[in-house]
Design a protein around this ligand. Sequence first.
Ligand SMILES: Nc1ncnc2c1ncn2[C@@H]1O[C@H](COP(=O)(O)OP(=O)(O)OP(=O)(O)O)[C@@H](O)[C@H]1O
Ligand SMILES: [Mg+2]
Length: 442
Amino acid sequence: MNDKRILILDDNNVTRDVIKRNLSTSGYQLYTAGNFDLAKEILHEIKPELVITDLKMPDISGLDVITFITEHFKNTEIIVVTGYPTIDSAVDAVKLGADDYITKPFTDVELASAVKKALAKQANKQEFAREIETGYGEKFGMIGNSDKMQEVFRTIKKASEINSTVLITGESGTGKELVARANHYSGFRAAAPFVPINCGAIPETLLESELFGYVKGAFTGAYTTREGFFQSANRGTIFLDEISETSIMMQIKLLRVIQEKEVYMVGSNQPHKVDIRIIVASNKDLYELVELNKFREDLFYRLNVLTINIPPLRERGTDILILANHFAHKYADEFNKTVPTFSDEVLGIFSNYNWPGNVRELENLVHRLVIMNECGKIRKADLPDFMKSKISSLSDIKRTLREVEVEHIKNVLEYTGNNKSKAAKILHIDRKTLNNKLNPDN
Ligand SMILES: Nc1ncnc2c1ncn2[C@@H]1O[C@H](COP(=O)(O)OP(=O)(O)OP(=O)(O)O)[C@@H](O)[C@H]1O
Ligand SMILES: [Mg+2]
């Protein structure tokens, strides 16, 4: 049983019937309308998941139908049926918010696959909207209740509604790839491929042929023509990670792809149209690189249309603790162990530590702690030494040298198990000086 509701709007009753007949075996609930007035009534009454509409009708243009639906029924997907020899108007329709188009004459397989894709996307979108409302981005494995992460989720939502290039910035391990995936899977390209490429990991000489493909004979070893990532990701999203690692020559080529929406295979001067969403990420400050002439300014401005800045973990407040618990559950389940709890002292350290490796560092740490844990409780002693004594809170800045010195001595003493001789040795002072520093009034 399929409970998805689909409205078919077409002034031509033959087309309406063809579509209805083709879809009827899939068990959808199908409604038909021959004019916009009736369509509106049905829309209000049943709020369908999908509308399949003609572009050219006597009482209204299909483009106006799209505008109406995207304004009033945000959860409804739209497929446009077009009979024109050119696809220009279909492209306009997609720009206005239609999710897909099929051209007449279409086969029942084409229709069925477009409907399936649109409904999958609709389900995805609704799920994502729910997650954003509850503030808990679990679906994409993303957790964040802090204002800064909520802002990230809102921007992802905004980005999924438009088709522009997205630039994701953030320190290492903040979740750039997760955010890129969330962008893809919450948008209308969800049913098409998401292709991640780490630009820093592919040698410069290979990157171009990997991205754009090559034709037979383009270089020694090019025995056959092969498509690149851009062609295989067609209609989907390509995620160019570590974009700062590309050469200036490559940056010029990428700029052209973004502007012209076409690629040239290596060894060919024939352009290939690609319909692709480009998402890029960088953990370096691209603007700084522009100033240093290491990144093309024109590409930077092309990429910087919609930027998602992922905050470092240390700025996410209680998200740190929520994430720690989340990973404790995750790894306890994985290793079939009881879920450990963290002592207050540990939680305090987690909150103040500066997490240079961000979420990845926290995840790896909790992973290790869960494996090592026997008693169900994680205490300060279980933490790595550098965390126990690390000075990482911002309020440290306001302390006097004397306070810092005493704390450092105490940390070293703790590290040596209160062995003053060892501590004095580490500190390059003698025991007497150490005692004096700890008790200056004696
Ligand atoms: N908000 C989050 N909730 C849950 N897990 C997260 C979150 N952010 C990141 N992670 C996890 O942290 C790890 C690092 O995330 P990701 O690979 O997306 O980071 P990145 O910014 O791309 O890192 P790098 O700069 O090293 O490439 C992954 O295992 C990811 O699942
Ligand atoms: Mg990454």
